[in-house]
Design a protein around this ligand. Structure first.
Ligand SMILES: Cc1cc2nc3c(=O)[nH]c(=O)nc-3n(C[C@H](O)[C@H](O)[C@H](O)COP(=O)(O)OP(=O)(O)OC[C@H]3O[C@@H](n4cnc5c(N)ncnc54)[C@H](O)[C@@H]3O)c2cc1C
Length: 329
């Protein structure tokens, strides 16, 4: 049984009581992140249904306990000192198909905790086209909406009809794709202009030939395997700067294989950082900073992180990675 965290307050205890018996204290986040780094979350809860998700956030908001929602934690660098407050991992994963409304389109609504790649495979094998690009993209439907996840020239924004969200103290809303404000790998949700929890997303899919879709999926999987490393990572660490590729810029600095601690710039794809065993979050961020400075000095391009830093980071550590260089020469 997990012990009560040292920072526990009466509100933490009350939140745990209200969600009893499912809250865990001091949950090591390295168990949940794809990079296998990250210290403990003060409180941790797995939402298996949308109702549980809403209830958990509602209670945390009411008690003013800071909360963070995560999916598969495949885009997060969680601080070694862990995450303050309450972390809710969303695994609610019902899928509902709505009869075609216009023409031959089928609307597929998936709960936020659905694994996007699984949904992409299932719909393709059913003869519904539109999500094949996502068949190798890790993570959940909810986070794909937040990040506007994409691959092979397609992205979430192109296929979303609407999104159901929960806003603390306001309730549920259905937002259009325009309300979400998608841009390259971001949205109003990611930019925190909208403090909402994604409950489900509805995709517009069209009929496709099953054999062709199966072939396309196989092709994309082969392509992935030949260009992206396996191992513990967060995928692409930096967003591609306009007109260039972050991986190309990093490779041009001769940084493939460069290591800080057990964090290593991947040899197969330089925009990936791998945890080779016992990397700490701080090794990863120091390596990111090293890469940013090297690329700046070599090519005068600034690589903005695509991954998110979550948890007890110092403000200056975050700023060092987010802000364009000031006095770097
Ligand atoms: C090997 C590898 C390959 C990758 N390839 C790609 C790729 O090709 N294309 C691409 O776009 N990305 C890629 N990624 C990154 C990752 O797949 C995406 O960023 C994905 O959207 C993250 O999903 P997640 O469930 O893991 O989100 P998390 O990392 O858990 O969370 C990401 C953000 O979403 C928020 N969030 C999560 N769920 C909700 C919710 N229900 N409501 C509100 N906010 C929520 C979190 O608070 C956080 O801010 C890759 C990652 C890996 C490890």
């Amino acid at each position: 049984m997990s012990s009560v965290p040292s920072v526990a307050t009466s509100t933490h205890a009350e939140l745990a009581r209200r969600l009893s018996p499912s809250v865990r204290f001091n949950e090591p986040m390295a168990r949940h992140t794809s990079l296998r780094v990250g210290g403990p979350a003060d409180m941790f809860f797995v939402a298996r249904t949308t109702d549980q998700l809403i209830h958990a956030i509602e209670q945390a908001a009411e008690l003013t306990v800071p909360w963070t929602v995560i999916g598969s934690a495949s885009n997060l660098v969680v601080a070694d000192d862990g995450i303050e407050g309450f972390v809710v991992k969303v695994v609610a994963s019902d899928v509902r198909e709505h009869a075609p409304t216009a023409g031959s389109e089928t609307l597929v609504e998936a709960d936020a905790g659905c694994i996007l790649a699984r949904l992409a495979r299932q719909t393709a094998l059913q003869g519904l086209a539109g999500l094949e690009w996502a068949v190798n993209v890790p993570g959940t439907v909810g986070a794909a909406v937040v990040n506007n996840s994409g691959a092979f020239g397609s992205c979430t924004a192109e296929h979303i009809v609407d999104v159901s969200v929960y806003l603390p103290f306001q309730g549920m809303r259905r937002l259009s794709a325009t309300d979400i404000g998608h841009d390259y790998r971001t949205s109003r949700l990611k930019r925190r202009e909208l403090n909402a929890v994604v409950l489900s997303a509805t995709y517009r899919l069209v009929p496709g030939d099953r054999e062709q879709l199966r072939g396309r999926i196989g092709e994309l999987q082969r392509l992935r395997r030949s260009t992206q490393p396996s191992g513990f990572s967060v995928g692409s660490v930096f967003a591609n700067p306009i007109g260039d590729a972050a991986g190309r810029l990093i490779e041009a600095c001769g940084l493939k294989g460069f290591r800080i601690g057990d964090a290593e710039v991947a040899r197969l794809h330089a925009n990936f950082i791998l945890n080779r065993g016992s990397a700490r979050a701080r090794d990863v961020t120091e390596l990111m900073r090293h890469v940013q400075v090297a690329v700046w000095q070599h090519a005068r391009r600034w690589l903005a992180p695509e991954v998110q830093l979550v948890g007890r980071w110092h403000r200056d550590e975050i700023d060092a990675l987010l802000l364009p260089p000031g006095d770097l020469t």
